[in-house]
Design a protein around this ligand. Structure first.
Ligand SMILES: Cc1ncc(COP(=O)(O)O)c(C=O)c1O
Length: 395
C-alpha cells in the first residue's frame, strides 16, 4: 500500500461522475484561434475588449521588461516594489474614484487576502450563493461564520441580517458584480442600503464588470448603478477586460493601508511582474481614453442577444433552450441535461465554434456559456446564431 494510492481512486471517482477536466491548447487570445489543432471562433474568452492581443499592451510590457526585468524579485514590502506598481495603483484608484488601490498578483489572491484580513472568528459573512470560488474560499479561510443567501435574494439577505447581525462583531457582505456563470448583475443599490442599515462592510467583485460596465468610463458595476459615493471594497482582476494578469482592491485610503499591513496573500508573495503591471496600466489608459471598444462590445452583445431572444420566443423547437437573464457580455443558453449541453457544445465545435458546456456541480443547471468580445466580427456572431438555431431545430 502506497501513501498516494488514494489519488488513483479519487481520480476514478471524478471520471465516474463525469467531472474529469483537462486542458485544451488555445493558440492565441483573439476572437479566432486554433484549439487543439482546429480553427475556431472563440466564445470562451474573458478578454472582453480584445486587449490581450493588443499591440499597445505588448509594447508596454516589453518596455517594462527592458526597464525593470522579467521578475519583481521579491515581495512588495521587501525588494519587489517598482514605480510602475504605484502608477497602476494610482490609475486604478483614479478610474474607480476611490482614495487608493492595491494590486495583487491575481484576482484569486486579492479575494482571499482581503476577506481573511477583514474578518475572522468573531465575525459574520453573508454571501450570494453564486459567488466565485475565490470569494467562497476566502470566506472559509477567514474563520468567520458564513451564511449564504439565495442568488440576488435581497429579502433573504435582510432576514439573515435581522437574525444574525447583532451576534457578531463585524459583518462583511460579499457579492460578484457580474455573475460569471450566468451574466446577470448583483442588486447593488439594495445591497448598499442593507449594508448601511445593518452596519456592514460590502465587498463587490468586479472581475467581469471592470472595463465592461459603466456608460461613461467603463469603471464597472458600481459606476453602472451610480453608486460611486458609497463606501465599498471594490475588488477586480487585471486578467479579463484589462487583458493582463493580477488583481486589485480599490477603496478608502485607510482600507488599502490596512491591507498592505494585514493581507497575507499580498505581503508574502512576489510582486506582480513588471510586464503584467505595465500591460494592465496601458489597458486602463486605453479604456479611459475612449469608449470605442466598449461600445463595439455592446453592439455585438445586442446583436447576439436580440437574435437569440427572437429565436427562443418565436420557434417552438427552442423551448428546451432558454436564454438566461443577462446584462453583460456573458450570455448563457440553458439546456435540460448535462448530456444535452455536452452534445450541443460538440456540435458547435464541429461547426468551428468554441462555446463551452458548463454543468453541475459548477452551476445548478446545464448551459452553453457564450462570452462576447468587442473584436468579434458581426459575421462571426451570425455564425454562432445560425449554429445555435440548427442545434435547436434538431432537438
Ligand atoms: C468573479 C471572479 N472573481 C475572481 C476571479 C479570479 O481572478 P484571477 O483570474 O485574476 O485570479 C475570477 C476569475 O476567474 C472571477 O471570475
Amino acid at each position: 500500500m502506497d501513501a498516494y494510492d488514494w489519488i488513483d481512486s479519487a481520480l476514478a471517482t471524478i471520471h465516474k461522475a463525469n467531472w474529469y477536466r483537462s486542458v485544451k491548447t488555445m493558440s492565441s487570445p483573439g476572437p479566432t484561434a486554433v484549439l487543439n489543432g482546429q480553427e475556431v471562433i472563440n466564445f470562451a474568452s474573458n478578454d472582453y475588449l480584445g486587449l490581450a492581443g493588443d499591440s499597445r499592451l505588448a509594447e508596454a510590457a516589453i518596455a517594462a521588461i527592458n526597464t525593470w526585468g522579467t521578475g519583481s524579485t521579491g515581495s512588495r514590502l521587501l525588494s519587489g516594489h517598482r514605480t510602475i506598481h504605484e502608477q497602476l495603483e494610482d490609475a486604478l484608484a483614479s478610474w474607480k474614484q476611490t482614495e487608493a488601490a492595491i494590486v495583487y498578483s491575481s484576482g484569486y489572491l486579492a479575494n482571499i487576502g482581503t476577506i481573511t484580513a477583514l474578518v475572522s472568528g468573531r465575525d459574520l459573512i453573508l454571501a450570494d450563493a453564486y459567488n466565485h470560488a475565490s470569494l467562497k474560499n476566502g470566506a472559509r479561510l477567514s474563520g468567520a461564520t458564513i451564511h449564504e443567501f439565495g442568488h440576488a435574494n435581497v429579502a433573504e439577505l435582510r432576514s439573515l441580517l435581522e437574525t444574525h447581525r447583532s451576534h457578531y462583531r463585524r459583518c462583511l457582505l460579499v457579492t460578484d458584480s457580474v455573475f460569471s456563470m450566468d451574466g446577470d448583475l448583483c442588486p447593488l443599490p439594495e445591497l448598499i442600503a442593507l449594508a448601511e442599515a445593518y452596519n456592514c462592510m460590502l465587498l463587490i467583485d468586479e472581475a467581469h464588470g471592470t472595463g465592461v460596465l459603466g456608460a461613461t468610463t467603463g469603471a464597472g458595476c458600481v459606476e453602472h448603478f451610480g453608486c460611486r459615493d458609497a463606501e465599498l471594497i471594490q475588488m477586480g482582476t487585471l486578467s479579463k477586460a484589462l487583458g493582463s494578469l493580477g488583481g486589485y482592491v480599490a477603496g478608502s485610503a485607510k482600507l488599502i493601508d490596512y491591507l498592505r499591513n494585514r493581507s497575507t496573500s499580498w505581503i508574502y508573495t512576489t510582486g506582480l511582474s513588471p510586464a503584467d503591471t505595465a500591460a494592465a496600466l496601458a489597458a486602463v489608459e486605453i479604456i479611459r481614453e475612449g469608449n470605442e471598444l466598449r461600445s463595439q462590445l455592446w453592439q455585438r452583445v445586442t446583436q447576439l442577444k436580440q437574435a437569440l431572444t427572437q429565436q427562443l420566443e418565436t420557434d417552438d423547437h427552442h423551448s428546451e433552450m432558454q436564454l438566461l437573464p443577462s446584462e453583460s457580455p456573458i450570455l448563457c443558453v440553458q439546456m435540460p441535461t448535462p448530456n444535452a449541453v455536452l452534445t450541443a457544445s460538440q456540435q458547435l465545435l464541429d461547426q468551428g465554434i468554441f462555446a463551452p458546456a458548463i454543468r453541475p456541480p459548477t452551476v445548478p443547471t446545464s448551459r452553453i456559456r457564450i462570452s462576447v468580445m468587442a473584436t468579434h466580427q458581426p459575421e462571426q456572431i451570425d455564425q454562432l446564431i445560425f449554429a445555435l438555431s440548427e442545434i435547436a431545430q434538431c432537438r
